[in-house]
Design a protein around this ligand. Structure first.
Ligand code: 5GP
Length: 265
């Protein structure tokens, strides 16, 4: 199937499959595809805090496109096919595994709170954590024991997810370091992609400043959703800065950007 020739379906005629806090999924133009639409809604603390920040969806669409296209290019399988427009991407339909996989390099957020480790402390090694994706329960942290006992994923799938998480962390850490940004931590999601009788685990959802902690190397300024969570203001400016440093969102709007901009020390 040629995913590069997409039938245009007017938005009003599209079937909405799922609406989340920051994204909507629509039926795609071909079987096995979906359209992922990025909204401007910002939520935190299990949607208790909510605001619409005009332009956030556009930035996350572009930044996530950049990350996922690069992951595809280096052989890390993802659900991403291509960007369709300023707010939408064509993706492969996957069976989402109900886990949030968090990878941490530097102590921050809930890890700092839970274990009393000062924010900004370099961790002895990268740490992978699992959270059960369930809004009603506030996404509780779970262990591999819970995951296998409740059949959210089997041991082989957990191994595959951890291998993907390590590859994504290595890639993202290097990508951001090259543009003067420290990748403190991030959240990713995985899905099962079925191709005939074969199944493989792929990276799904989005990877953007909504789901990463990104600190400027020199100033430690936060360039991520903590600006919203902690009422720091300037979220749009911070996300624009990330996009600019990655070489996307320049004049002329090149679809994939000119590549990362090296920040000299
Ligand atoms: P923490 O557990 O410290 O709150 O979050 C760890 C990392 O995962 C942060 O980068 C945070 O942005 C991301 N993260 C955790 N839960 C969610 C979530 O439900 N949605 C999004 N977008 N990111 C999350």
């Amino acid at each position: 199937m040629d995913f590069h020739k997409t039938r245009y379906i007017p938005m009003s005629r599209r079937r909405r499959i799922y609406e989340g806090k920051a994204k909507v999924l629509y039926e795609g133009p071909e079987p096995g595809t979906l359209i992922q639409h990025f909204k401007d809604d910002a939520t935190a603390f299990n949607a208790k805090k909510h605001e619409v920040i005009e332009g956030k969806g556009v930035l996350n669409n572009r930044i996530s496109e950049y990350v996922f296209q690069n992951l595809n290019d280096i052989g890390v399988p993802t659900h991403f096919i291509r960007r369709l427009n300023m707010r939408e991407q064509l993706i492969r339909e996957v069976e989402i595994i109900p886990l949030e996989i968090v990878v941490r390099n530097v102590a921050a957020g809930s890890l700092s709170t839970r274990l009393g480790i000062e924010e900004g402390t370099q961790l002895p090694r990268s740490i992978i954590e699992f959270y059960y994706k369930n809004d009603q329960l506030g996404d509780p942290m779970v262990s591999e024991e819970h995951i296998t006992a409740f059949a959210w994923a089997n041991p082989q799938e957990i191994d595959d997810i951890m291998a993907l998480a390590i590859r994504v962390n290595d890639f993202l850490s290097g990508l951001f370091l090259g543009v003067g940004i420290r990748l403190v931590d991030f959240k990713m999601e995985c899905g099962r992609l079925w191709e005939n009788d074969m199944m493989r685990i792929v990276v799904a959802d989005e990877i953007s400043p909504d789901s990463c902690r990104l600190w400027d190397i020199k100033s430690n300024e936060k360039l991520d959703k903590d600006r919203f969570r902690r009422d720091l203001g300037g979220l749009l400016e911070a996300y624009t800065e990330v996009a600019k440093r990655l070489g996307i969102m320049n004049e002329g709007e090149p679809p994939r950007g000119a590549g990362p901009v090296l920040v000299k020390g």
